[in-house]
Design a protein. Structure first.
Length: 266
């Protein structure tokens, strides 16, 4: 049975941030400028993944200036992109969950074209119509995408594009296991495994203005091993392993700080 269409939904935007003091403010302000007319309610969740610069201070200022619209979750130490998404999704309250990077390489205004598509689909995945990356990184990404497509039968041209919109029930069904940038592929592969309806939509890609990427050439030797582990996790999850993952995450979640702190309920 098709899911009931969402009209003027509640939207949660998750922005993982690692040493993004120079770009975070612009990313959040852009979200608050262009998204409210498109949704019934909006929250922007910044996940500071153990930054060593002033990302935390920038984020706290944004929370103070936009009370009720911006939330900050902080990892005491760097845990990785996937861990940041797991934290953000776990705290999100919206009917629709969206994530992108805090480095302003994508325009949040293009969500205007994604939201109508989620009515008939469960996941809308962005693909970069033109990449502002190095030639080497673009080539490696092309190979990586081909491998992921073959192993997980996702038929997605740009699986590692950090511009994805989900219905809440998709994220509730998926257990995010990886802590690093492989989470982009894991989310799509598991959504495909559970037969959720996935659609692609092109987005413009812009040069990085500031900050630093968490993807390094040193990750390359580990890629095949990580894909193999992810293949096992997607196709042969195992209840004991999933329980162990949930236990570990519950322990780690106890160390996540939220600003402002949640209000006590009677």
């Amino acid at each position: 049975m098709p899911a009931e269409p969402l009209r003027r939904p509640r939207l949660s935007v998750v922005l993982p941030a690692y040493n993004e003091q120079a770009s975070l403010g612009k990313a959040v302000e852009r979200a608050l400028a262009v998204l409210p007319p498109l949704v019934d309610s909006l929250e922007v969740i910044v996940v500071d993944d153990g930054s060593s610069d002033d990302t935390d201070a920038v984020a706290r200022d944004l929370v103070d200036r936009h009370e009720g619209l911006v939330r900050l979750l902080t990892h005491p130490a760097n845990r990785g992109y996937g861990a940041a998404l797991r934290t953000g999704f776990g705290a999100a309250r919206g009917e629709l969950l969206f994530y992108t990077d805090a480095d302003n390489q994508f325009d949040l205004a293009e969500l205007e074209h994604f939201l109508p598509l989620i009515v008939e689909h469960d996941v809308v995945v962005g693909f970069r119509v033109y990449r502002y990356d190095t030639v080497l990184r673009s080539m490696l990404s092309w190979v990586y995408n081909r491998i992921v497509n073959v192993l997980f039968r996702v038929r997605i041209r740009d699986v590692d594009c950090a511009y994805k919109l989900f219905r809440r029930e998709v994220i509730e069904k998926i257990t995010i296991e990886v802590d690093d940038f492989f989470v982009d592929a894991e989310l799509v592969a598991k959504a495909r495994r559970w037969n959720f309806r996935i659609l692609e939509k092109g987005v413009r890609h812009y040069p990085r203005e500031a900050g630093e990427t968490t993807v390094r050439p040193s990750h390359i030797p580990h890629t095949l091993k990580r894909i193999a582990l992810m293949f096992r996790g997607v196709h042969f999850p195992g209840q004991e392993r999933l329980e162990a993952i949930r236990t570990r995450e519950a322990e780690l979640a106890s160390g996540v700080r939220e600003y402002p702190p949640p209000r006590a309920t009677a």
